[in-house]
Design a protein. Sequence first.
Length: 157
Amino acid sequence: MFENTPLSPALNLLEGLDKQKRELVVVELFPKQSPIPEDMADVVNRMLQLQYTNRLKLDAKFFKKFNSYIGLIEEINKTGEEGHAIRQTEGYKDLQKYKRIDAASVVLAQLPPELSNASDFSKASIEERIDAGYRDAIAQKIGEYTPAEEEVAKLTN
């Protein structure tokens, strides 16, 4: 998913998959840190960039909270009696629907300023961004398993 995608719809989609393991991949489109704009064109460009950043910071708290609820349900399922009254509550039944996201990868953008023009959709710029994103993903070891809690914690820093 792109970094400006709200986390809850992505998690809902992953939870709906009939899989044992689920992985969330987040791709940052523009660097969070940027040089201070020097003119109005830079200000407008930075405003456009900011429309595609920072939305997951709050959603990371949501993710952490829901994972703790899922952990609680997993513990109840391991230790609780089958006929226990807690299993009849609406809260328990609702939380039973959620599934753990096991792994995550967050690809942080390391674009040079010349590739960070948010309004440049030229073929050359798009191809250069794709190449830069691929290099970022490889450098950030996107192919390695990382527990979701560790990776999502990066979003709150």
